[in-house]
Design a protein around this ligand. Structure first.
Ligand SMILES: [Cu+2]
Length: 467
Protein backbone atom coordinates (compact mmCIF):
# COMPACT_ATOMS: atom_id res chain seq x y z
CA UNK A 1 0.00 0.00 0.00
CA UNK A 2 2.97 2.32 -0.49
CA UNK A 3 1.67 5.41 -2.16
CA UNK A 4 4.67 7.46 -2.96
CA UNK A 5 5.28 8.75 -6.41
CA UNK A 6 7.24 11.15 -8.53
CA UNK A 7 6.16 13.87 -10.89
CA UNK A 8 6.96 11.55 -13.75
CA UNK A 9 4.45 9.01 -12.47
CA UNK A 10 1.74 11.64 -12.19
CA UNK A 11 2.45 12.80 -15.71
CA UNK A 12 2.30 9.32 -17.13
CA UNK A 13 -0.98 8.69 -15.32
CA UNK A 14 -2.23 11.89 -16.87
CA UNK A 15 -1.04 10.85 -20.31
CA UNK A 16 -2.79 7.51 -20.05
CA UNK A 17 -6.10 9.16 -19.31
CA UNK A 18 -5.61 12.45 -21.11
CA UNK A 19 -7.81 11.37 -24.00
CA UNK A 20 -10.78 11.46 -21.65
CA UNK A 21 -10.82 15.21 -21.81
CA UNK A 22 -11.83 15.01 -25.47
CA UNK A 23 -14.74 12.68 -25.00
CA UNK A 24 -18.20 14.16 -24.62
CA UNK A 25 -19.59 13.95 -21.09
CA UNK A 26 -20.80 10.40 -20.63
CA UNK A 27 -24.51 10.12 -21.11
CA UNK A 28 -24.39 6.36 -20.91
CA UNK A 29 -22.03 4.68 -18.48
CA UNK A 30 -20.99 2.23 -21.19
CA UNK A 31 -17.25 1.98 -20.79
CA UNK A 32 -15.53 3.88 -18.01
CA UNK A 33 -11.85 4.31 -18.71
CA UNK A 34 -10.62 3.15 -15.36
CA UNK A 35 -11.29 0.40 -12.88
CA UNK A 36 -11.63 -0.33 -9.19
CA UNK A 37 -12.15 -3.74 -7.67
CA UNK A 38 -13.57 -4.57 -4.24
CA UNK A 39 -11.83 -7.75 -3.11
CA UNK A 40 -11.13 -9.98 -0.13
CA UNK A 41 -7.49 -10.05 0.87
CA UNK A 42 -5.46 -12.14 3.32
CA UNK A 43 -3.30 -9.97 5.54
CA UNK A 44 -1.17 -10.52 8.61
CA UNK A 45 -1.42 -8.36 11.74
CA UNK A 46 0.54 -9.01 14.94
CA UNK A 47 1.77 -12.25 13.33
CA UNK A 48 -1.78 -13.56 12.86
CA UNK A 49 -3.58 -14.07 9.56
CA UNK A 50 -6.85 -12.28 8.85
CA UNK A 51 -9.17 -12.08 5.87
CA UNK A 52 -10.11 -8.47 5.19
CA UNK A 53 -11.50 -6.38 2.34
CA UNK A 54 -9.62 -4.02 0.04
CA UNK A 55 -10.34 -1.72 -2.89
CA UNK A 56 -7.74 -2.26 -5.60
CA UNK A 57 -6.99 0.38 -8.19
CA UNK A 58 -5.83 -0.01 -11.78
CA UNK A 59 -2.36 1.43 -11.14
CA UNK A 60 -1.08 -1.28 -8.83
CA UNK A 61 -2.08 0.58 -5.67
CA UNK A 62 -5.19 0.59 -3.52
CA UNK A 63 -7.77 3.26 -4.34
CA UNK A 64 -7.43 5.84 -7.09
CA UNK A 65 -5.20 8.72 -8.10
CA UNK A 66 -6.58 11.09 -10.72
CA UNK A 67 -4.69 13.46 -12.98
CA UNK A 68 -5.59 17.16 -13.09
CA UNK A 69 -8.86 17.64 -14.96
CA UNK A 70 -9.54 13.93 -15.25
CA UNK A 71 -13.15 12.88 -14.68
CA UNK A 72 -13.96 10.25 -12.10
CA UNK A 73 -14.90 7.71 -14.77
CA UNK A 74 -14.57 4.33 -13.10
CA UNK A 75 -16.19 0.96 -13.13
CA UNK A 76 -16.34 -0.65 -9.73
CA UNK A 77 -16.20 -4.42 -9.92
CA UNK A 78 -17.44 -6.25 -6.86
CA UNK A 79 -15.24 -9.32 -6.44
CA UNK A 80 -15.41 -9.44 -2.65
CA UNK A 81 -17.92 -12.28 -2.41
CA UNK A 82 -20.68 -10.30 -0.73
CA UNK A 83 -22.80 -7.25 -1.68
CA UNK A 84 -21.19 -3.86 -1.18
CA UNK A 85 -21.46 -0.18 -2.03
CA UNK A 86 -18.55 2.28 -1.96
CA UNK A 87 -18.97 5.92 -0.93
CA UNK A 88 -16.63 8.55 -2.44
CA UNK A 89 -15.93 10.45 0.76
CA UNK A 90 -15.26 14.14 0.10
CA UNK A 91 -16.62 14.07 -3.42
CA UNK A 92 -19.71 16.00 -4.50
CA UNK A 93 -21.13 13.90 -7.36
CA UNK A 94 -24.75 13.90 -8.50
CA UNK A 95 -26.72 12.20 -5.75
CA UNK A 96 -27.30 8.95 -7.63
CA UNK A 97 -23.52 8.35 -7.64
CA UNK A 98 -22.82 8.99 -3.97
CA UNK A 99 -22.25 5.32 -3.20
CA UNK A 100 -24.86 4.80 -0.50
CA UNK A 101 -28.03 2.72 -0.45
CA UNK A 102 -29.83 4.33 2.52
CA UNK A 103 -31.35 7.20 0.52
CA UNK A 104 -32.73 4.91 -2.18
CA UNK A 105 -30.92 6.03 -5.33
CA UNK A 106 -28.60 3.02 -5.57
CA UNK A 107 -28.85 -0.68 -4.85
CA UNK A 108 -26.06 -2.70 -3.29
CA UNK A 109 -23.67 -4.03 -5.93
CA UNK A 110 -24.17 -7.79 -5.93
CA UNK A 111 -21.17 -10.04 -5.69
CA UNK A 112 -19.81 -10.52 -9.21
CA UNK A 113 -21.57 -7.39 -10.54
CA UNK A 114 -20.18 -3.96 -11.38
CA UNK A 115 -21.34 -0.36 -11.21
CA UNK A 116 -20.16 2.64 -13.23
CA UNK A 117 -19.48 6.20 -12.13
CA UNK A 118 -18.75 9.33 -14.13
CA UNK A 119 -18.57 12.76 -12.56
CA UNK A 120 -16.29 15.78 -12.26
CA UNK A 121 -14.26 15.12 -9.11
CA UNK A 122 -13.31 17.60 -6.45
CA UNK A 123 -9.52 18.05 -6.19
CA UNK A 124 -7.61 17.12 -3.07
CA UNK A 125 -7.09 14.33 -0.57
CA UNK A 126 -10.23 12.25 -0.27
CA UNK A 127 -11.00 8.59 0.22
CA UNK A 128 -13.45 5.84 -0.57
CA UNK A 129 -15.00 3.37 1.81
CA UNK A 130 -17.83 0.91 2.08
CA UNK A 131 -21.13 2.39 3.22
CA UNK A 132 -22.62 -1.07 3.56
CA UNK A 133 -23.03 -2.75 6.95
CA UNK A 134 -19.82 -2.72 8.96
CA UNK A 135 -17.44 -3.51 6.04
CA UNK A 136 -15.48 -0.35 6.75
CA UNK A 137 -14.20 -2.02 9.94
CA UNK A 138 -12.83 -4.84 7.78
CA UNK A 139 -10.67 -2.37 5.86
CA UNK A 140 -12.94 -1.72 2.88
CA UNK A 141 -11.36 1.72 2.45
CA UNK A 142 -8.73 3.31 0.21
CA UNK A 143 -7.32 6.71 -0.80
CA UNK A 144 -8.96 8.84 -3.50
CA UNK A 145 -6.47 11.51 -4.53
CA UNK A 146 -7.38 14.09 -7.17
CA UNK A 147 -4.33 16.04 -8.29
CA UNK A 148 -4.30 19.64 -9.42
CA UNK A 149 -2.11 21.31 -12.02
CA UNK A 150 -0.49 23.09 -9.07
CA UNK A 151 0.50 19.73 -7.55
CA UNK A 152 2.34 18.88 -10.75
CA UNK A 153 4.11 22.23 -10.90
CA UNK A 154 5.21 21.87 -7.27
CA UNK A 155 7.07 18.67 -8.19
CA UNK A 156 7.04 17.60 -4.52
CA UNK A 157 7.38 14.01 -3.40
CA UNK A 158 4.02 12.75 -2.15
CA UNK A 159 3.16 10.11 0.41
CA UNK A 160 -0.36 9.01 1.25
CA UNK A 161 -0.96 7.66 4.75
CA UNK A 162 -4.23 5.85 5.48
CA UNK A 163 -4.92 5.10 9.14
CA UNK A 164 -7.10 2.26 10.40
CA UNK A 165 -8.11 0.71 13.66
CA UNK A 166 -7.98 -3.06 13.40
CA UNK A 167 -9.75 -5.93 15.13
CA UNK A 168 -9.74 -9.69 14.64
CA UNK A 169 -13.30 -9.75 15.99
CA UNK A 170 -16.44 -9.80 13.89
CA UNK A 171 -17.57 -6.14 13.85
CA UNK A 172 -21.19 -7.28 14.23
CA UNK A 173 -20.22 -8.82 17.56
CA UNK A 174 -18.55 -5.58 18.61
CA UNK A 175 -21.69 -3.62 17.76
CA UNK A 176 -23.93 -6.04 19.57
CA UNK A 177 -21.72 -5.98 22.66
CA UNK A 178 -21.73 -2.17 22.61
CA UNK A 179 -25.49 -1.98 22.38
CA UNK A 180 -25.86 -4.52 25.20
CA UNK A 181 -22.87 -3.30 27.19
CA UNK A 182 -24.79 -2.95 30.42
CA UNK A 183 -25.79 -6.63 30.26
CA UNK A 184 -23.57 -9.12 32.11
CA UNK A 185 -20.86 -10.42 29.80
CA UNK A 186 -20.99 -7.36 27.59
CA UNK A 187 -17.42 -6.84 26.46
CA UNK A 188 -17.66 -3.77 24.35
CA UNK A 189 -16.88 -1.41 27.17
CA UNK A 190 -13.48 -2.92 27.89
CA UNK A 191 -11.61 -0.17 26.15
CA UNK A 192 -13.92 2.51 27.42
CA UNK A 193 -12.40 5.24 29.47
CA UNK A 194 -14.72 7.31 31.53
CA UNK A 195 -12.78 9.99 33.28
CA UNK A 196 -15.24 11.34 35.79
CA UNK A 197 -16.20 14.76 34.55
CA UNK A 198 -14.06 14.34 31.45
CA UNK A 199 -15.13 13.09 28.05
CA UNK A 200 -15.82 9.48 27.19
CA UNK A 201 -13.14 8.21 24.82
CA UNK A 202 -12.69 5.06 22.78
CA UNK A 203 -15.70 2.79 22.96
CA UNK A 204 -14.05 -0.16 21.20
CA UNK A 205 -10.93 -2.12 22.12
CA UNK A 206 -8.79 -2.75 19.04
CA UNK A 207 -6.05 -5.30 18.37
CA UNK A 208 -3.88 -2.94 16.33
CA UNK A 209 -3.66 0.44 14.64
CA UNK A 210 -2.52 0.39 11.04
CA UNK A 211 -0.69 2.94 8.91
CA UNK A 212 -0.99 1.88 5.27
CA UNK A 213 -1.88 -1.59 6.51
CA UNK A 214 1.13 -2.00 8.85
CA UNK A 215 1.84 -1.65 12.55
CA UNK A 216 4.84 0.12 14.09
CA UNK A 217 6.43 -3.33 14.60
CA UNK A 218 7.05 -3.44 10.86
CA UNK A 219 6.32 0.04 9.56
CA UNK A 220 6.46 1.28 6.02
CA UNK A 221 9.78 3.00 5.34
CA UNK A 222 9.44 5.76 2.77
CA UNK A 223 12.70 6.80 1.15
CA UNK A 224 13.12 10.57 1.08
CA UNK A 225 15.81 12.95 -0.09
CA UNK A 226 18.01 14.85 2.31
CA UNK A 227 16.70 18.39 2.56
CA UNK A 228 13.71 17.48 0.41
CA UNK A 229 10.12 18.63 0.64
CA UNK A 230 7.37 16.12 1.07
CA UNK A 231 3.61 16.39 0.89
CA UNK A 232 1.94 13.98 3.26
CA UNK A 233 -1.69 13.21 2.48
CA UNK A 234 -3.06 11.77 5.67
CA UNK A 235 -6.47 10.09 5.87
CA UNK A 236 -8.09 8.90 9.08
CA UNK A 237 -9.94 5.82 7.84
CA UNK A 238 -10.38 4.40 11.35
CA UNK A 239 -13.92 3.51 12.37
CA UNK A 240 -13.85 4.58 16.00
CA UNK A 241 -10.47 6.20 16.64
CA UNK A 242 -9.33 9.81 16.57
CA UNK A 243 -5.57 10.30 16.44
CA UNK A 244 -2.96 12.90 17.24
CA UNK A 245 -0.46 13.26 14.39
CA UNK A 246 3.13 14.02 15.31
CA UNK A 247 5.80 14.81 12.72
CA UNK A 248 8.48 14.78 15.42
CA UNK A 249 9.88 18.28 15.07
CA UNK A 250 10.34 18.20 11.28
CA UNK A 251 9.21 21.67 10.12
CA UNK A 252 5.61 21.13 9.05
CA UNK A 253 3.01 23.28 7.35
CA UNK A 254 -0.67 22.38 7.26
CA UNK A 255 -1.90 23.00 3.71
CA UNK A 256 -5.41 21.54 3.61
CA UNK A 257 -8.05 19.74 5.65
CA UNK A 258 -10.60 17.39 4.09
CA UNK A 259 -9.07 18.23 0.70
CA UNK A 260 -9.79 21.97 1.03
CA UNK A 261 -6.88 24.42 1.18
CA UNK A 262 -6.42 26.45 4.36
CA UNK A 263 -4.18 29.47 4.87
CA UNK A 264 -0.88 27.59 5.33
CA UNK A 265 -0.22 27.13 9.03
CA UNK A 266 3.12 26.33 10.68
CA UNK A 267 2.63 23.39 12.99
CA UNK A 268 4.87 22.63 15.94
CA UNK A 269 2.63 20.39 18.03
CA UNK A 270 0.67 17.19 17.40
CA UNK A 271 -2.46 17.71 15.31
CA UNK A 272 -5.83 16.06 15.95
CA UNK A 273 -7.53 14.16 13.13
CA UNK A 274 -10.95 12.63 13.69
CA UNK A 275 -12.52 9.72 11.82
CA UNK A 276 -13.15 10.61 8.18
CA UNK A 277 -10.98 13.75 8.22
CA UNK A 278 -7.84 14.37 6.18
CA UNK A 279 -4.72 16.51 6.68
CA UNK A 280 -2.36 17.64 3.92
CA UNK A 281 1.04 18.44 5.39
CA UNK A 282 4.18 19.87 3.80
CA UNK A 283 7.31 18.60 5.55
CA UNK A 284 10.70 20.29 5.10
CA UNK A 285 13.19 17.51 5.74
CA UNK A 286 16.52 18.34 7.39
CA UNK A 287 19.64 18.48 5.23
CA UNK A 288 21.47 15.55 6.82
CA UNK A 289 20.86 11.81 6.77
CA UNK A 290 18.07 10.83 9.09
CA UNK A 291 14.95 8.85 9.84
CA UNK A 292 11.79 10.79 10.66
CA UNK A 293 8.79 8.95 12.06
CA UNK A 294 5.31 10.28 11.37
CA UNK A 295 3.28 8.99 14.29
CA UNK A 296 -0.44 8.72 14.96
CA UNK A 297 -1.37 8.23 18.62
CA UNK A 298 -4.85 7.22 19.68
CA UNK A 299 -6.57 9.83 21.82
CA UNK A 300 -6.85 8.90 25.49
CA UNK A 301 -4.35 6.09 25.03
CA UNK A 302 -0.67 5.25 24.58
CA UNK A 303 -1.24 3.12 21.46
CA UNK A 304 0.25 4.48 18.26
CA UNK A 305 1.06 3.66 14.67
CA UNK A 306 2.86 5.39 11.84
CA UNK A 307 5.45 5.23 9.12
CA UNK A 308 9.06 6.32 8.82
CA UNK A 309 10.54 8.76 6.35
CA UNK A 310 14.21 7.91 5.86
CA UNK A 311 17.08 9.17 3.76
CA UNK A 312 19.00 6.44 1.91
CA UNK A 313 21.81 5.99 4.46
CA UNK A 314 19.75 6.60 7.59
CA UNK A 315 19.86 4.18 10.48
CA UNK A 316 16.34 3.13 11.39
CA UNK A 317 15.59 2.48 15.02
CA UNK A 318 12.74 0.29 16.17
CA UNK A 319 9.88 2.25 17.69
CA UNK A 320 7.69 1.14 20.53
CA UNK A 321 4.01 0.55 19.77
CA UNK A 322 3.27 2.62 22.84
CA UNK A 323 4.02 6.22 23.66
CA UNK A 324 5.34 7.21 27.08
CA UNK A 325 2.06 8.75 28.17
CA UNK A 326 -1.54 8.78 27.01
CA UNK A 327 -2.64 11.46 24.58
CA UNK A 328 -5.46 13.77 25.60
CA UNK A 329 -8.84 14.02 23.93
CA UNK A 330 -8.91 15.35 20.39
CA UNK A 331 -10.80 18.60 20.25
CA UNK A 332 -11.06 21.83 18.31
CA UNK A 333 -7.82 23.49 19.45
CA UNK A 334 -6.46 23.34 15.89
CA UNK A 335 -9.84 24.09 14.28
CA UNK A 336 -9.86 27.56 15.85
CA UNK A 337 -6.69 28.49 13.92
CA UNK A 338 -7.85 27.27 10.52
CA UNK A 339 -8.95 29.71 7.85
CA UNK A 340 -10.31 28.60 4.51
CA UNK A 341 -8.34 29.70 1.47
CA UNK A 342 -11.59 29.79 -0.51
CA UNK A 343 -14.30 30.59 2.08
CA UNK A 344 -18.02 30.51 1.28
CA UNK A 345 -18.11 34.26 0.86
CA UNK A 346 -20.38 36.86 2.36
CA UNK A 347 -24.06 36.18 2.01
CA UNK A 348 -26.92 36.11 4.47
CA UNK A 349 -27.90 32.74 5.84
CA UNK A 350 -31.34 31.76 4.57
CA UNK A 351 -32.05 28.88 6.88
CA UNK A 352 -30.72 27.57 10.19
CA UNK A 353 -31.21 24.04 11.47
CA UNK A 354 -30.48 23.18 15.06
CA UNK A 355 -28.97 19.71 15.31
CA UNK A 356 -28.74 18.16 18.76
CA UNK A 357 -26.47 15.15 19.21
CA UNK A 358 -27.28 12.99 22.21
CA UNK A 359 -26.73 9.61 23.77
CA UNK A 360 -24.28 7.90 26.06
CA UNK A 361 -21.56 5.31 25.78
CA UNK A 362 -23.25 3.20 28.48
CA UNK A 363 -26.69 3.05 26.86
CA UNK A 364 -25.35 3.31 23.30
CA UNK A 365 -28.47 5.25 22.29
CA UNK A 366 -26.94 7.76 19.85
CA UNK A 367 -29.47 10.13 18.32
CA UNK A 368 -29.80 13.28 16.20
CA UNK A 369 -32.60 15.60 17.35
CA UNK A 370 -33.87 12.78 19.52
CA UNK A 371 -34.24 10.31 16.64
CA UNK A 372 -32.26 7.42 15.23
CA UNK A 373 -32.00 6.82 11.48
CA UNK A 374 -35.03 4.51 11.51
CA UNK A 375 -37.39 7.36 12.37
CA UNK A 376 -35.19 10.36 11.54
CA UNK A 377 -36.47 13.85 10.83
CA UNK A 378 -34.88 15.09 7.57
CA UNK A 379 -33.16 18.48 7.56
CA UNK A 380 -35.14 20.25 4.83
CA UNK A 381 -33.45 22.77 2.51
CA UNK A 382 -34.27 24.48 -0.78
CA UNK A 383 -31.92 24.63 -3.70
CA UNK A 384 -30.04 27.92 -3.79
CA UNK A 385 -30.20 28.58 -0.05
CA UNK A 386 -27.28 29.29 2.22
CA UNK A 387 -27.89 26.89 5.09
CA UNK A 388 -26.36 26.89 8.57
CA UNK A 389 -26.36 23.95 10.95
CA UNK A 390 -25.93 24.73 14.65
CA UNK A 391 -24.68 21.41 15.92
CA UNK A 392 -24.90 21.03 19.68
CA UNK A 393 -23.35 17.96 21.23
CA UNK A 394 -25.38 17.16 24.32
CA UNK A 395 -23.31 14.07 25.14
CA UNK A 396 -19.96 13.27 26.77
CA UNK A 397 -18.45 11.78 23.63
CA UNK A 398 -17.10 13.68 20.62
CA UNK A 399 -18.83 13.07 17.27
CA UNK A 400 -17.14 13.61 13.88
CA UNK A 401 -20.13 14.70 11.79
CA UNK A 402 -19.95 14.06 8.03
CA UNK A 403 -22.20 15.63 5.40
CA UNK A 404 -22.43 13.89 2.04
CA UNK A 405 -22.41 15.74 -1.27
CA UNK A 406 -21.36 19.16 0.08
CA UNK A 407 -18.41 20.89 1.66
CA UNK A 408 -19.25 23.33 4.46
CA UNK A 409 -17.40 26.08 6.26
CA UNK A 410 -16.86 26.15 10.02
CA UNK A 411 -18.34 29.52 11.03
CA UNK A 412 -18.33 29.42 14.83
CA UNK A 413 -16.95 27.39 17.70
CA UNK A 414 -18.97 27.71 20.92
CA UNK A 415 -20.41 30.99 19.70
CA UNK A 416 -17.06 32.52 18.71
CA UNK A 417 -17.32 33.45 15.04
CA UNK A 418 -14.54 32.60 12.60
CA UNK A 419 -13.95 32.21 8.89
CA UNK A 420 -12.87 28.65 9.48
CA UNK A 421 -11.91 25.75 7.28
CA UNK A 422 -14.01 24.31 4.49
CA UNK A 423 -14.60 20.64 5.33
CA UNK A 424 -16.84 17.64 4.89
CA UNK A 425 -16.35 16.25 8.41
CA UNK A 426 -16.28 18.32 11.59
CA UNK A 427 -15.51 17.13 15.09
CA UNK A 428 -18.08 18.28 17.63
CA UNK A 429 -16.58 17.84 21.12
CA UNK A 430 -18.68 16.96 24.17
CA UNK A 431 -21.08 19.78 25.14
CA UNK A 432 -19.73 21.96 22.31
CA UNK A 433 -21.66 24.01 19.79
CA UNK A 434 -20.33 24.22 16.23
CA UNK A 435 -21.91 26.33 13.49
CA UNK A 436 -21.25 25.15 9.96
CA UNK A 437 -22.73 26.53 6.73
CA UNK A 438 -22.95 25.47 3.12
CA UNK A 439 -24.67 26.43 -0.10
CA UNK A 440 -27.47 24.07 -1.06
CA UNK A 441 -26.32 23.45 -4.62
CA UNK A 442 -26.49 19.68 -5.06
CA UNK A 443 -30.13 18.54 -5.02
CA UNK A 444 -31.23 15.24 -3.59
CA UNK A 445 -31.27 13.34 -0.34
CA UNK A 446 -27.88 13.31 1.38
CA UNK A 447 -26.73 11.49 4.49
CA UNK A 448 -25.54 13.45 7.49
CA UNK A 449 -24.07 11.19 10.17
CA UNK A 450 -21.49 10.54 12.83
CA UNK A 451 -18.35 8.99 11.33
CA UNK A 452 -17.85 6.77 14.33
CA UNK A 453 -19.03 3.62 12.51
CA UNK A 454 -20.68 2.16 15.62
CA UNK A 455 -22.49 5.40 16.45
CA UNK A 456 -23.78 5.52 12.87
CA UNK A 457 -24.83 1.87 13.02
CA UNK A 458 -26.61 2.57 16.31
CA UNK A 459 -28.65 5.22 14.52
CA UNK A 460 -26.72 8.52 14.66
CA UNK A 461 -27.64 9.47 11.11
CA UNK A 462 -30.15 11.73 9.43
CA UNK A 463 -30.48 13.24 5.97
CA UNK A 464 -30.37 16.60 4.28
CA UNK A 465 -33.36 16.66 1.95
CA UNK A 466 -34.00 19.19 -0.83
CA UNK A 467 -37.67 20.15 -1.14
CU1 LIG B 1 -20.60 9.74 17.25
Amino acid sequence: MTISFSRRQILSAGAATGALGFLPPATSFAAPARHLRAVKRAIEVNGKAASMYAIEGDDGLDGARLAPGERFAFSLQNSCGTPTIIHWHGQTPPVAQDGVTATGYEQPIASGAAAAYDYAPRPGTHWMHSHFGLQEQQLMAAPLIVHTAEDLRADTQEVTLLLHDFTFKDPAEILSSLTTASAPGGMGMMGGMSMGNGPDLNDVDFDAYLANGRTLDDPQIVQVERGGQMRLRLINGATATAFWIDTGGVPTKLLAVDGDAVQPLDISAPMPVAQGQRLDLLLALPAGEGAYPVLAQREGDVARTGLILATPAAKILKLSLQADRPAGACGVSLEAYLQAQAPLGNRPIDRVHRVVLAGSMAAYDWTINGKTWKNHDPLLVKQGERVALDIFNHSMMAHPMHLHGHHFQVLAINGHPLSGAMRDTVLVPPMALMRIAFDANNPGRWLFHCHNLYHMAAGMMTELRYV
